[in-house]
Structure formats: structure tokens, C-alpha cells
Design a protein around this ligand. Structure first.
Ligand SMILES: NC(=O)c1ccc[n+]([C@@H]2O[C@H](COP(=O)([O-])OP(=O)(O)OC[C@H]3O[C@@H](n4cnc5c(N)ncnc54)[C@H](O)[C@@H]3O)[C@@H](O)[C@H]2O)c1
Ligand SMILES: [Zn+2]
Length: 361
């Protein structure tokens, strides 16, 4: 591979090699990793049709197809994958290969972590969300009993091959949704990167290769830094990555997981976190306005009414209170003292939050 960027990220007990560049150039890298053997490839039908042939030129493939999108994160799919790997006589010292968005990655990673008590996996993320977020940090999961990510493990892919050109076939709405997570990293602790987003967001979404590479590199680095030595999410430091997500998850749940894409819900959630911070006199109004303006400029929703929930803010409160991130007495929220100054606020009054939600536009 002649990658534009090759880096190793990790912390205590975890390590991932990341290559950002053209998939077509990854032949030697992949052949080396699969030791000349064919690869069990977990992907969906759409991605196999769109990008399977490029991969097939690099190494022999034995595809294991999963249902598209969130539907693939199920017990049924997990069982099919494990059985499929057994039928392929997959060796536990060889990696499983996954090609797809966060959904494919989540179920493929979980299958790899369970098959013969765990085998490595190699991930080729195909959505912006997966390239900037889910490919790093090792969380795998399926949904169960109506709850997202109820069953899962921590099992990072040992190698991520990230080709921004794969995003060219992605639906523009999906691409934009993934961009909300890009903005999130600027808001958490990198004001300069937020400024870069304001200047380059539209270019990135328009297909500019250099802008995409810059953002992917920045976000993967930021995610790895925020995961740090806490792969298993025990110390709470990974919690900052949930900025916008308590509001966002409640929006997804209220709309029945699907009509509002995860990233769209996060975009609204980021603005709500900023507006709530403003209400608590933690954040200057101009900073919250600046965030809303940028998200609106790139075509992301930034209010409840933008996602069809006008006047329904109160219904978010019970969903937020039952969110798994809410521990102890009151809800725990990630709030902002400024752009690039997110912090964990654990002393939130549920009444105050309720009044804010009831009035949220
Ligand atoms: N493990 C983590 O750390 C982590 C982090 C964030 C999100 N997630 C999970 O990721 C999932 C969402 O993933 P997502 O947003 O990447 O979408 P997705 O994986 O659900 O894919 C959405 C759709 O886009 C299609 N698609 C994917 N790549 C394409 C491409 N290049 N060209 C054309 N079509 C393409 C897929 O076939 C699918 O129909 C959620 O389940 C979420 O919980 C996991
Ligand atoms: Zn997210």
C-alpha cells in the first residue's frame, strides 16, 4: 500500500493499524495479513455489488452476506456469521474481513470476537460515520429486545483500511449524517478543528478528497486519544464522545430508530446540548449560534422541528432519563463551556432539563 497516511493508534491493552489511502493499493498489505489465504468477507449485497470487484482483484474472497443497515445487527445475523465461518473452516489465527458501514462492522466485529473464543478482524469502513468514528475504539454490538447495542464486546479491528473514495457511492443523506460526528470532535476539545469544519465542511461533503482525508485523520486521532487507556469504557473518559448523543438517542428512540438517521439525531442533539449549556449560563449564546449556523449551512437538521418533532420535546425526557448513560440520581449530560470545551455534567436537575425540553424549538 502506498497510503497517504499510515498510523498506529491505541492505548493500554489495544492497538490498531490504520491506513488511509486507495483500497486498490492495499494488495500487499492484505495478502500479507491473510498469509496468501482467501478471506472470509462479511458485507452486504449492495456493498458487494459496488465494491466487491476491487477487493476481489486483491485477494480471493468467500463472502458472508448480512442484512443491510441496522437490520444486520441481530442474533439471527450473528448466528449465521458464526455458522458461516465454521462452514468455511475459518482458522482462528486468520482475520475475518469486513466491508461496510458501522452496522456491518458492529456485527462482524462481534462475530470475530466470539468465533473460536476470538479471532482478529480487518475492517474496510465504507460510510463517513464508520471512517471517522466506529472503525476506531473497538466497540462491537447487536441489538436485542428492542434495545440498541444490548449485546456486544470490545474487540478492535487490528487493521483498518480507510479509502475515502468508497464514500463516492454513499447516499448524500448518509454522508451528511456522518458529518455530524466530524463536527462533534471539534466541539469536544479541538476548536481549531471546528474552525476547519466551518471552512471545509461543504467541500468535504462535495467530494473533495484532501478535505475528506484531513477530517478522517483528525477524527480517528481524536477518537483514539479520547478512548486512551480506557478501551472498556470504565473510567468515564470515553463519555465525552457521547456529546449530543443523550439528546440524539432519545430522538432516535422517539422516532422509532430509522426515519431520523443517527447522525441527523446527533446533529440536533449537539445543538440541544449547546442550547442547554447556554440556558445554564455555561456557554455564550454566540457559540451556540455558531454551531447551529454551521450545521444548517451543510444541510443538517438543527432543531426538533427539523426532524418532525416540533412541540414534542417533553417526550424526550423519560427516554433521556432511562438512557444507559444516565447513572445515579440525575441524568449525566455532556455539556459545553465553549466550542472545544466539552465536559461531563453529572449534577443536572431533571426538572431544569424537562423545562428546557418542553420549550425546545
Ligand atoms: N462501534 C462503534 O463504535 C460505533 C460508533 C458509531 C456508530 N455505530 C453503529 O453504526 C451503525 C450505523 O452505521 P452507518 O451510519 O455507518 O450506516 P450503516 O452501516 O447502517 O449503513 C447504512 C446503509 O448504507 C449502505 N452503504 C454503506 N456504505 C455504502 C457505500 N460506500 N456506498 C453505498 N451504500 C453504502 C449500507 O448498505 C446500508 O444500507 C449504528 O448501528 C451505530 O450504532 C457504532
Ligand atoms: Zn454517534
Amino acid at each position: 500500500l502506498a497510503p497517504v497516511h499510515s498510523l498506529r493508534v491505541g492505548g493500554a491493552g489495544w492497538s490498531q493499524q490504520i491506513c488511509i489511502g486507495s483500497l486498490a493499493d492495499a494488495r500487499d498489505l492484505l495478502r500479507g495479513r491473510f498469509r496468501g489465504q482467501g478471506a472470509a468477507l462479511v458485507t452486504d449485497r449492495t456493498l458487494l455489488a459496488l465494491h466487491g470487484s476491487v477487493l476481489e482483484d486483491l485477494l480471493p474472497l468467500r463472502p458472508l452476506l448480512v442484512a443491510e443497515g441496522e437490520a444486520g445487527k441481530s442474533w439471527t445475523t450473528l448466528q449465521e456469521l458464526v455458522t458461516g465461518l465454521a462452514h468455511l473452516e475459518h482458522r482462528r489465527d486468520l482475520p475475518v474481513l469486513a466491508l461496510g458501514g458501522g452496522s456491518v462492522g458492529d456485527v462482524a466485529g462481534l462475530a470475530a470476537s466470539l468465533f473460536k473464543r476470538g479471532c482478529p478482524w480487518v475492517y474496510i469502513p465504507t460510510t463517513l460515520l464508520a471512517q471517522v468514528d466506529s472503525a476506531v475504539g473497538g466497540k462491537t454490538a447487536i441489538d436485542c429486545d428492542g434495545q440498541k447495542n444490548l449485546v456486544g464486546s470490545f474487540h478492535p479491528p487490528e487493521l483498518v483500511i480507510c479509502d475515502p473514495a468508497l464514500l463516492d457511492t454513499l447516499d448524500p443523506r448518509q454522508l451528511r449524517a456522518g458529518y455530524a460526528e466530524v463536527v462533534k470532535y471539534g466541539l469536544i476539545d479541538d476548536p481549531a478543528f471546528f474552525g476547519w469544519c466551518e471552512g471545509h465542511g461543504e467541500t468535504l461533503l462535495g467530494g473533495d478528497r484532501a478535505a475528506r482525508e484531513h477530517a478522517i485523520l483528525a477524527c480517528m486521532g481524536a477518537k483514539a486519544r479520547l478512548v486512551g487507556n480506557d478501551l472498556h469504557d470504565r473510567s468515564g473518559r470515553r463519555a465525552l464522545l457521547n456529546l449530543g448523543h443523550s439528546f440524539g438517542h432519545a430522538i432516535e428512540a422517539l422516532t422509532g430508530f430509522g426515519p431520523v438517521l443517527h447522525g441527523e439525531a446527533v446533529a440536533v442533539g449537539l445543538v440541544m446540548a449547546a442550547r442547554f449549556s447556554e440556558r445554564l449560563a455555561l456557554l455564550d449564546r454566540r457559540e451556540a449560534d455558531r454551531l447551529r449556523a454551521h450545521l444548517a449551512a451543510v444541510g443538517l437538521p438543527s432543531s426538533l422541528s427539523d426532524v418532525g418533532l416540533a412541540g414534542r420535546g417533553s417526550e424526550l425526557l423519560p427516554l433521556m432519563l432511562q438512557d444507559k448513560k444516565a447513572q445515579g440520581a440525575g441524568p449525566v449530560l455532556i455539556l459545553l463551556r465553549g466550542i472545544g470545551r466539552a465536559f461531563i455534567a453529572s449534577d443536572i436537575s431533571a426538572d431544569e432539563l424537562g423545562r428546557f425540553l418542553a420549550a425546545a424549538p
